[in-house]
Design a protein around this ligand. Structure first.
Ligand SMILES: C[S@@+](CC[C@H](N)C(=O)[O-])C[C@H]1O[C@@H](n2cnc3c(N)ncnc32)[C@H](O)[C@@H]1O
Length: 389
């Protein structure tokens, strides 16, 4: 089958690599999306194992829609009984770009009418629409009046793994957190420290990687594809069992995080425990200025996502915090590699180290960078002449 997986900006190539490893044949790497082909086993493995896919779509119809009548008729020509079973509720969303149709909502509404009218004229009954918890979810993409209709393999976005218990102010999207780890090239064995860990999304994703835990095992409720007509329950159960068996119990890497705020740390503890990683991640309340690497361990990697300070008046506080982060890295983390993920380029300059990589990413709408610093022994002395970031 032809499939498309969406992801965050900047993670497309890594997603393509991940899918290839799962057995996919990649046909196109686009912006925030990767197109690929594979069989049912691959689709189910993707839902279980992908750390970088947000949505997985299975396109099933393509046509040109010159106008409203053309769109309604083309949608009506598809046999929707192939996709919506008896008693199933559905939802359809639309995204419209560079088209003579201006409003996505209107396009979705028109497509919904065409689907419902087809059922009504055939049997006199119509399927219900449920935008929040549909059994089957469709996506209509219109680019310059060329339409692609797809069915979504997961009801929800895969970044909602199911281990998050509460939310602090600015938790990282789980796919983005996994992407930061992949971008850093972490080998799954070195110590990984997050000294401003918030709800511990980076550490939890790292724990899942290190312990070879399939993120899809946490998914709550059924996946969209479990309601498809061709759903193979035996195959799905076999692949789930295989995934459960691949989990490594003994901790594989030293993972530790800290945060200044005890309430946020409590959420980190809950998330970690919900992911079954109590034995793998150490968490404590601590100011970043007191963060220390573990003793008797080879140097590892720091990956952290400090606050950006979106409120007016935060500037001085942020600059001081980033300076403290830089000082701590230089003093205590020599031999480490550090990755700072931030949307505050002004404060980032106060780190006082030269970034050796600057990877553009987004955190929601915020233009961000993942900045890499190499903390050689002696980088403390180099700081004064460093061309700072
Ligand atoms: C953007 S949030 C991190 C979010 C995290 N990546 C997550 O997914 O939940 C930044 C965190 O830095 C913490 N923080 C701010 N100042 C700190 C300091 N001086 N020392 C340690 N943590 C600090 C905040 O409490 C907040 O939880």
């Amino acid at each position: 089958m032809k499939l498309t997986a969406t992801t965050q900006f900047g993670l497309e190539q890594l997603l393509a690599d991940e899918l290839r490893e799962l057995g996919a044949e990649i046909t196109r790497v686009g912006s925030r999306a990767v197109e690929f082909t594979g069989d049912q086993t691959l689709l189910y493995r993707t839902m279980l194992w992908s750390r970088l896919a947000m949505r997985v779509l299975r396109p099933f119809a393509e046509f040109h829609a010159p106008d409203e009548k053309g769109l309604y008729e083309a949608v009506g020509q598809i046999d929707w009984r192939d996709y919506i079973g008896e008693g199933q509720r559905f939802a359809i969303t639309a995204v419209v770009n560079k088209s003579t149709f201006e409003h996505s909502l209107f396009v979705a509404q028109l497509a919904k009418d065409a689907i419902v009218d087809q059922f009504r004229s055939r049997s006199g009954t119509r399927p219900d629409v449920d935008v929040r918890h549909p059994d089957v979810r469709f996506h209509l993409r219109m680019l310059e009046n060329e339409v692609t209709l797809s069915i979504l393999a997961a009801g929800d976005s895969l970044h909602r793994r199911g281990y998050r218990q509460g939310t602090n102010d600015a938790p990282l999207n789980e796919v983005l957190a996994a992407g930061l780890i992949r971008l850093s090239g972490w080998d799954g064995k070195q110590p990984l420290i997050d000294p401003l860990c918030g709800s511990a999304t980076i550490l939890t994703e790292a724990g899942l990687i290190a312990q070879n835990i399939a993120p899809g095992l946490f998914h709550e409720g059924v996946f969209g594809f479990e309601n498809w007509a061709d759903f193979d329950e035996d195959l799905w159960e076999r692949l789930r069992e295989e995934a459960r068996n691949k989990r490594i119990e003994a901790p594989q890497a030293y993972l530790a995080g800290s945060d200044l705020d005890p309430r946020v740390l409590e959420q980190a503890v809950q998330n970690r425990n919900a992911a079954g990683l109590e034995r793998c991640i150490r968490l404590s309340v601590r100011d970043v200025k007191d963060a220390k690497p573990p003793q008797h361990q080879p140097p590892g990697i720091v990956i952290t996502n400090p606050p950006y300070g979106e409120r007016i008046g935060d500037e001085t506080e942020m600059e001081a915090l980033y300076k403290t982060i830089g000082d701590t890295l230089k003093t205590s983390f020599q031999g480490y590699e550090a990755y700072l993920f931030t949307g505050n380029s002004v404060a980032a300059k106060r780190v006082g180290l030269k970034a050796t990589r600057r990877i553009p990413l987004f955190n929601g709408p915020i233009d961000c960078r993942l900045l890499k610093y190499e903390l050689y022994h002696g980088s403390r002395r180099e700081v004064s002449n460093a061309a700072s970031e």
